[in-house]
Design a protein around this ligand. Structure first.
Ligand code: CO8
Length: 260
């Protein structure tokens, strides 16, 4: 199994899955989504019998800094924002519903689609330099990969509303205090903790582990909110404000939004 943007290594029955686009702070482009889809639907079978997956980002600055803004700029012209949001949600559902535990080792920026990816994992262990946020509003759009739904599940309505409306980032300590991450630790210890969790879970009955994942997810019910998010994402992605927000990011300037 070989991917362009994912590194897959198996050691001591742990799959190390690394998103490997460090020059773009591991931003999720089209190809990375397709590779994640492939790994979590069939590719994992080539890894043999493993305890679980440790998902992280290459380099020491970012887990994932979001969807690839440069690539998604065309969305406004093509009018396919709803479809792209749905595709991303589907890939993240594959992770959330995976039968073995997937632990995000969040080793830097987890923003936008990166925060949404971390939230789709079963557990999150953050390094002290990690930060989290849903900054889509700065681009004139909304979270499109489940952020409006899952952030609520982890940290409740008040703080979710604040983070999504302001686009502000929070640090790893605050993320831990709010319940967004399970542990915040210095870099080496964070990796060790994630591996220890995978070893512990790996020693339990695989059927019980798979059913536990399924049932904890089942508590949160249907996909209605996710569908509504995709539709609303599609609407915001058609606006001039999105074009302005994304252009401003690329040109490294402040966006001037007009509400249309
Ligand atoms: N997409 C593409 N490139 C990126 C991204 C990104 N999300 N983030 C960083 N990069 C690139 C930068 O453009 C830069 O490239 P270059 O060297 O060619 O200029 C390189 O990575 C390094 O980044 P910076 O120079 O900006 O590094 P800083 O340390 O100054 O800043 C930040 C780091 C704060 C992380 C900053 O890069 C940033 O704000 N990034 C964008 C964060 C963001 O807004 N993420 C959300 C994206 S939108 C999203 O995820 C929507 C999900 C729903 C989409 C639905 C489908 C269409």
């Amino acid at each position: 199994m070989s991917y362009n943007n994912l590194l897959v290594e198996v050691e001591d029955r742990v799959v190390f899955l690394t998103i490997n686009r460090p020059r773009a702070l591991n931003a999720l482009n089209d190809q990375t989504f397709e590779e994640l889809r492939h790994f979590f639907s069939t590719g994992y079978r080539e890894c043999g019998d493993f305890h679980g997956v440790l998902l992280t980002g290459a380099g020491d600055r970012a887990f994932v800094a979001g969807a690839d803004i440069k690539e998604f700029l065309d969305v406004a012209e093509q009018g396919n924002g709803e479809q792209l949001s749905r595709r991303g949600q589907e890939v993240f559902f594959l992770i959330e519903r995976f039968h073995r535990p997937v632990i995000a080792l969040v080793n830097g920026f987890a923003l936008g689609g990166g925060c949404e990816l971390a939230m789709a994992c079963h557990l999150r262990v953050a390094t002290e330099n990690a930060s989290f946020g849903q900054p889509e509003v700065n681009l004139g759009i909304i979270p499109g990969y489940g952020g409006t739904q899952r952030l609520n599940q982890y940290i409740g309505k008040g703080k979710t509303m604040e983070l999504i409306l302001t686009g502000d980032r929070i640090g790893a300590e605050e993320a831990h205090r709010l319940g967004l991450v399970n542990y915040t630790l210095p870099r080496d210890e964070a990796r060790e903790k994630a591996l220890e969790l995978l070893r512990v879970i790996g020693s339990k009955g695989p059927v019980a582990v798979a059913q536990s994942i399924r049932l904890v997810n089942a508590y949160y019910g249907g996909d209605e909110g996710f569908h509504a998010e995709s539709a609303a994402f599609g609407e915001t992605a058609k606006t001039e404000d999105f074009r302005e927000g994304a252009s401003a990011f690329i040109e490294k300037r402040i966006a001037n939004f007009r509400g249309k």
